[in-house]
Design a protein around this ligand. Sequence first.
Ligand SMILES: Nc1ncnc2c1ncn2[C@@H]1O[C@H](COP(=O)(O)OP(=O)(O)O)[C@@H](O)[C@H]1O
Ligand SMILES: [Mg+2]
Length: 313
Amino acid sequence: MEATEDLPQWFLTHAVDLVFNIAEGTHGEHRESQVPAILESLGVPFTGSNSITLALALDKAKTKQILAFEGIPTPPWQLFPNPTTRLNPQLEFPLIVKPNREGSSKGIWRESVVGDEASLHRQVAHIYDRYRQEVLVEEFIDGMELTVGVIGTEALPVLEINFAPCEPSGEFFYSWRMKEFQGNASMGLTPRLSCPARLDAARTAQVQEVALRAHCALGCIDLSRTDIRLGADGTPFVLEVNPLPGLSPLDSNFPIMTTAAGLSHQALIQRIVELAMARYRQISRSQPGEGRSRVHPQERSTSQGLAVSRVAP
Ligand SMILES: Nc1ncnc2c1ncn2[C@@H]1O[C@H](COP(=O)(O)OP(=O)(O)O)[C@@H](O)[C@H]1O
Ligand SMILES: [Mg+2]
């Protein structure tokens, strides 16, 4: 089903057991929460996180406030509501400038990493003009790039994205160009992916624990993917949490991690469906006699009972 404007009408005229939600929404600052909000209002069960988590995770600065409150490391930052905002002198260059509410590295280019105040203000003005939203400025963490999937209450094997092979292209992190043309050898955009990441067991466990804590802090349900960079002393800094990670077996990072954990793509999809079904069954058992329209999947993951999956050999 396309998530078009007539979607609510469609659900009113069709019986649905469960929606497998991959909708990113149409427009607006809370777009990823639109379809879950419709489904919640109609009482239709769906996979994955609810509307509040999806809206929250799309706001990187609000996400960082929650992470910081929970004691989860995230790069020092400042939100620029507009280009006239003055830089907090406590932030240390190099800094990275990002639109606060985009994804897929939209608005993130190699020029986004700035080494002085004049370039910073130029870049902030440029992002503000182009995206018409607040601009997030963060310390640039020049360490290993990792991403960690969580499924159910388990962290998957860590995926490392190494940009060293891309050096001749001038791209050195997961910029828009890097994501858009990943694998294009003639452009030199062939990062080396390692899953599991080249980390010792203790660091791996620490990174997985941070991803699980971030997943819980944002109230993610069924699955998420947390982007992390390692600081010079090995601290895993959370860049952002993705409660709606891409699941394409062709070019998404999440399935690389589930494959490393020994799950086929079919088994991954099945697992997500089963997690959602179990959640809704539990809710309807605890609310016997209530109609479908009263079913609300408010159950949140908690930090209790979390498990870390064994890395596949
Ligand atoms: N503070 C940072 N330090 C180092 N690299 C960063 C930082 N913030 C973003 N990046 C780089 O930019 C990429 C995209 O940023 P991210 O915050 O994950 O936004 P998006 O939602 O577009 O994926 C990251 O995967 C990473 O390569
Ligand atoms: Mg990201």
